[in-house]
Ligand binder design. Structure first.
Ligand code: NAP
Length: 482
């Protein structure tokens, strides 16, 4: 890493506007090289409680600032993130592994939520409702929920935080996040820039520590936490929801996915190939909206597969810092081995490897394509979270909709078709929170991101994204006719 601004590389948790040390440290490792790039002080349960209490104290003033004041500070934060985009991207690639170009893209994507919600803060409108009797007036106002606690994953170390924090701060809430242990540096760099932007002490706090369970208990159960928001696996999300149940916390969850990508016989095949590459291989297949199963109609199966396999074989695997790398390392060697296990199990059940599929080299897994896959094979039933495309043939629309929906997940889905009747039928029939139609890249700050079924609840981004951080209060004004 060669940063223009070394002060962005922080090693301490950020609580109540100051940097907190502890007795032990956590190594942060570059997944491409295995090299330790930093040691971050390991915050504990008490420091997590301190962060929650600080956020509670800061809420008193922050919730009373005007939307304009909050927006102005957030715009400064956004501008600083964009000004330091290159440094932030280097930090991100060093700790997470994705190619530098993708990391730059994530910084812009993450910062865009801060800009979007800075603007949206000014549009938290209330309502007036005609009352059932003449001497009353009914009004609805919206108020910030209070302290928001968050736990985020390693796959988007910047954007998974900004998507939550931007909406929370815009609504007038204060915020405590525990980032994934593997990728704390991006979160701490965001805290440094929040401070430079003038965001008051206690409004945005970052606690880094390896006691996931202990810190998670504080963030889900502390009486001062009003709302808990999580991005991560469905398995951990389920457990955290149950922890929130005791205190009846408001909860939103962005969990796992198993995205179908359907190519109909009227699709533009070249566009579908590009869409499949975009939605599958970004971040080495480690995104929640990654294509997990490619369904291709029999008539175009050969044409699609031939072009797709050729494109996948041309993808360049390497260190994310190296020029031209398209597929970086996976987050760990265990993650690469888990993907390889799914491939081996599915091949044993009749799937055929037509690209990649070789034994992982440490954290690196070759982009892989499997054909002759069935929807009940391990590679299709599980969230792969790696660079493998299983191709499943289908005959008609009804069959493919049934197969696509045959999963506990409901995050993203994609399909390529040109017939307008088919487009409406399939878009409405897919049981997923987001559907890309002739498009493989669907995430942006203006759009509501989120899932149905066991992919979670709540939405991030868009004007709907503020709702999760606001309470509706009904005011009944009586005595008008006295
Ligand atoms: P994960 O294992 O669920 O971990 C996510 C976060 O939860 C990490 O910060 C982790 O901490 C923490 N955690 C784990 N166990 C915990 C516990 N018992 N109590 C409190 N916190 C706990 O998920 P992951 O492997 O990092 O991320 C991949 C998953 O995230 C995939 O399923 C993916 O689909 C999902 N995801 C969803 C979205 C979305 O928007 N829907 C976006 C991105 C990713 P440690 O780092 O210390 O383990």
């Amino acid at each position: 890493m060669r940063l223009h601004d070394d002060a962005l590389l922080k090693h301490f948790s950020y609580i109540n506007g100051s940097w907190h040390s502890s007795n032990t440290q956590l190594p942060v490792t570059n997944p491409a090289s295995g090299e330790v790039i930093a040691r971050v002080h390991n915050a504990d349960v008490e420091q997590t409680e301190l962060a929650v209490k600080s956020a509670k104290a800061a809420f008193a003033d922050w919730s009373k600032t005007s939307a304009n004041e909050r927006a102005a500070l957030m715009q400064k934060w956004y501008a600083l993130m964009m000004q330091h985009q290159d440094d932030l991207a280097q930090i991100l690639t060093a700790e997470q592994g994705k190619p530098l170009g993708e990391a730059r893209g994530e910084i812009a994507y993450g910062a865009a939520f801060i800009q979007w919600f800075a603007e949206e803060a000014k549009r938290v409108y209330g309502d007036t409702i005609p009352a059932p009797s003449g001497d009353k007036r009914i009004l609805v106002i919206k108020q910030p929920v209070g302290v928001v606690a968050a736990i985020t994953p390693w796959n988007f170390p910047n954007a998974m935080i900004s998507r939550k924090a931007a909406a929370a701060l815009a609504a007038g809430c204060t915020f405590v996040v525990r980032p994934a242990t593997q990728t704390p540096l991006s979160a701490l760099a965001m805290a440094e820039l929040a401070e430079r932007a003038g965001i008051p002490a206690g409004v945005f706090n970052v606690v880094v520590g390896d006691d996931a369970r202990g810190m998670g208990k504080v963030l889900t159960q502390h009486p001062d936490v009003a709302k808990f928001t999580f991005t991560g696996s469905t398995q951990v999300g389920r457990q955290l929801i149950s922890q929130c149940a005791e205190g009846i916390k408001k909860v939103s969850m962005e969990l796992g996915g198993n995205a179908p990508f359907i190519v109909f016989d009227d699709a533009d095949i070249d566009a579908a190939v590009q869409g499949a590459l975009d939605s599958k291989y970004r971040n080495a297949g480690q995104t929640c909206v990654c294509t997990n199963r490619i369904f291709v109609q029999n008539k175009v199966l050969e044409a699609f597969t031939e072009k797709f396999v050729k494109a996948v074989k041309a993808l360049k695997v390497g260190d994310g810092m190296s020029e031209g790398t398209q597929i970086g390392p996976m987050i760990s060697s265990q993650a690469a081995e888990q993907v390889q296990d799914l491939v081996i199990q599915s091949v044993a059940q009749g799937a055929k490897v037509v690209a990649g599929g070789t034994t992982p080299q440490r954290n690196f897994y070759q982009p892989t394509v499997l054909t002759q896959v069935r929807n009940d094979m391990p590679i299709a039933c599980n969230e792969i979270f790696g660079p493998v495309s299983p191709i499943i043939a289908f005959e008609n629309e009804a069959d493919v909709l049934a197969m696509a929906n045959d999963t506990e997940y409901g995050l993203a889905a994609y399909f390529y078709a040109r017939d307008i009747g088919r487009i409406w039928r399939v878009a409405e029939g897919l049981e997923f929170g987001m559907v890309g139609i002739n498009e493989g890249l669907i995430s942006n700050a203006a759009a509501p991101f989120g899932g149905v079924k066991q992919s979670g609840n709540g939405r991030e981004g868009s004007r709907y994204g503020l709702d999760d951080y606001l309470e509706i209060k009904y005011l009944c004004l009586g005595g008008i006719n006295l």
